[in-house]
Design a protein around this ligand. Structure first.
Ligand SMILES: Nc1ncnc2c1ncn2[C@@H]1O[C@H](COP(=O)(O)OP(=O)(O)O)[C@@H](O)[C@H]1O
Ligand SMILES: [Mg+2]
Length: 243
């Protein structure tokens, strides 16, 4: 199963969600491949305090073996890192897209779940990941600018790539109720103007343990497993397992 996480707007919690969901799913016994699909401004490695020897860009540009670039974090969890400051990678041309697809398809068979982080915006690499995967996750926050950007992202993905199924996560919510209300607003607009039926995967609560975990470069679900954000991310993981 291949999943990618996008948002339109940056800074809404995509990388946090990918990293922590990956640990949750691996903890449930799934073999998880985390892909840093933010090809130009990677930060999965930064969030985990690891150093990549080889990255997706070495694989694509220099024909390195994709399996050599994998970093095994735990028995069940590996990450395919990207490089930061690789602007070329952001606007993948058709040939590079094919190549990346071949590399990833060659790897995903060894895993139960591929979770790909993606860049901000609605550029070529974001669109490519969204049409490559089986499930499209979109992260937004109750901030109006995040909601309009996630709406714009879904609009482009539907109109230009015929993608119609979106699983929404609302991050940085102060309560479950705020998450539900915000989802209802977004889902109404998507239904009315885009004829899209959004699925609500659930909320991730705002939690001061999140920035702390990032500063310590350790996954939140390991360092603060019972903090509000960890508990809500674990619930999302449980739902994912039922897909
Ligand atoms: N649930 C949360 N509670 C508090 N802060 C959060 C939460 N999720 C994300 N953040 C903060 O938001 C910032 C951006 O998160 P990040 O995962 O890097 O977003 P993105 O990958 O979408 O750019 C981080 O500095 C993090 O501390
Ligand atoms: Mg990110």
């Amino acid at each position: 199963m291949k999943i990618c996480i996008s948002s339109g707007k940056g800074g809404v919690g995509k990388t946090t969600l990918v990293v922590n969901l990956a640990y949750c799913l691996a903890d449930k016994g799934k073999k998880v491949l985390m892909v840093d699909g933010d090809l130009g401004l990677a930060n999965v490695d930064v969030m985990l305090g690891i150093t990549a020897q080889k990255t997706i860009s070495d694989v694509m540009d220099r024909g390195a073996d994709p399996f050599d670039a994998l970093i095994q974090l735990t028995e069940n969890l590996s990450v395919l890192p990207a490089s930061s400051g690789a602007p070329d990678m952001v606007s993948l041309g058709p040939e590079e897209q094919n190549l990346l697809g071949q590399y990833l398809d060659g790897m995903v068979g060894k895993f139960d779940i591929m979770l790909a982080d993606t860049a901000a915006g609605i550029g070529p690499s974001v669109r490519w990941f969204n049409q490559f995967v089986d499930h499209n996750m979109v992260v937004a926050t109750p901030d109006p600018t995040s909601l309009t950007d996630s709406y714009a992202l879904m609009k482009v993905l539907k109109q230009e790539h015929d993608i119609r199924g979106f699983h929404l996560v609302l991050n940085l919510v102060k309560s479950r109720e705020q998450g539900e209300k915000t989802f209802a607003t977004l889902a109404d607009a998507a239904k009315k103007f885009l004829d899209l039926h959004l699925q609500y995967l659930g909320p991730v609560l705002e939690d001061e343990a999140v920035p702390l975990a990032i500063r310590n470069q350790k996954p939140l679900v390991l360092t603060s497993p019972s903090s509000p954000a960890s508990l809500t991310i674990k619930e999302l993981g449980e739902k994912l397992l039922s897909w």
